[in-house]
Design a protein around this ligand. Structure first.
Ligand code: UDP
Ligand code: MG
Length: 350
């Protein structure tokens, strides 16, 4: 995306029980934003948006206090704890109504916030998605590193295109945000969806830091649920695996039946064994095949009900060409015009 005017930035920060770390995080982010404004890289009305994901501590009170201290700080409070993905979606959806660029970053500053100016510069250069990628995970525990690597491996085998070692530290431009909001699944796996949206993307590398304060909000139970969400929301491969298993067992059943018949005619078995064994094997395999066929239908329903967009248009020069304000036939002018129309439609920006 190429913008003619200065872009408005929103830095979205999901917060769940982040009372211990917010007093450290907020001034660091504020300094970075002030510098960006000073360097005329973003508009002066850019914002930091803290999303309180149903915290049980004083996180929201802190966010509210920050707002009175500095007009760049804003907040969004969710009605309960929905989880990080939902908090991010809420923050991005709200920010996208006003902002041209949205950067998401964790509240604990494990991701390097000094990368933010470089992200903005890359967006100016024409990239729509800028991934923050960790090139050093030595501050993570052995367990976290191993399970994370295992997760990327499984996802890769299932054909899901993930950016290894990228979490939720990224910049998205307005067209990508619009596309993302058109993915209507209730439990979106954002890291998997964004590469699928397309758009010009680049990566910036950083060293992951230890958590500044507080504790990780991802106990093993939540991590497993997250991994399962990733696998199940992107792939019907487990259903296909069931079909392969069913067919293999059916094949095995034929060999078994042959062997059972041989044993039967040799008279080495007790009465009834052959028929029980043959039906056990065959029915077992047949049932798995039947379940997997039903599973295929369920799988297709599952992908359909998500209402993912069938296509995403990156640039449209046709629609703006009908408006009176249309002057320049250049690509960038068309996008700028299109974006301003989107905003005017939502009625939130002059
Ligand atoms: N988070 C959230 N809702 C949750 C869990 C986490 O908004 O239910 C936020 C949390 O406040 C933090 C980010 O998601 O800003 C990442 O969480 P955390 O740092 O605990 O995860 P880890 O780095 O240990 O994987
Ligand atoms: Mg963290």
């Amino acid at each position: 995306m190429t913008l003619k005017q200065l872009p408005r930035l929103a830095i979205v920060v999901p917060c769940y029980n982040e009372e211990p770390v917010l007093p450290t995080t907020a001034p660091i982010l504020a300094d970075i934003l002030t510098q960006l404004i000073h360097d005329r890289l973003v508009t002066a009305d850019s914002r930091i948006l803290f999303v309180d994901d149903g915290s049980r501590d004083r996180t929201w009170q802190l966010i509210d206090q920050l707002r009175t201290q500095n007009s760049h700080f804003t907040g969004l409070k969710l009605s309960r704890n929905y989880g990080q993905e939902a908090a991010l979606m809420a923050g991005m959806e709200t920010a996208a109504r006003q902002a041209d660029y949205v950067i998401t970053i964790d509240a604990d500053l494990q991701d390097d916030p000094t990368l933010i100016p470089a992200m903005v510069t890359q967006a100016h250069a024409g990239y729509d998605v800028i991934y923050g990628v960790r090139n050093d995970r030595s501050t993570d525990s052995w367990f976290k590193r191993t399970t994370a690597n295992g997760f990327y491996w499984v996802m890769g085998k299932l054909g899901v295109n993930l950016i290894p070692n990228h979490s939720d530290f990224r910049l998205l431009t307005h067209p990508v945000l619009v596309a993302l909001m058109r993915c209507h699944e209730t439990r979106p796996f954002i890291r998997g969806i964004i590469p699928q949206l397309g758009f010009p993307a680049t990566k910036l590398y950083y060293k992951r830091q230890p958590r500044q304060a507080g504790v990780s909000k991802y106990p093993l139970r939540k991590m497993l649920r997250f991994a399962l969400d990733g696998i199940l929301s992107f792939s019907v491969a487990p259903i296909r695996a069931l079909l392969v298993a069913g067919l293999t067992i059916c094949g095995g059943a034929l060999l078994m039946i042959l062997w059972i018949l041989i044993q039967h005619f040799r008279g080495t078995v007790v009465t009834g064994w052959s028929s029980i064994m043959a039906s056990l094997w065959f029915l077992g395999g047949f049932q798995l095949v039947a379940i997997s066929i039903i599973g295929e239908y369920v799988g297709r329903t599952f992908t359909e009900v998500k209402h993912r967009p069938r296509f995403i248009i990156q640039t449209d020069t046709y629609t703006p060409s009908f408006t009176a304000a249309y002057r320049e036939p250049s690509n960038s002018a068309a996008v700028t015009l299109h974006l301003s129309q989107l905003r005017t439609k939502s009625g939130e920006r002059s």
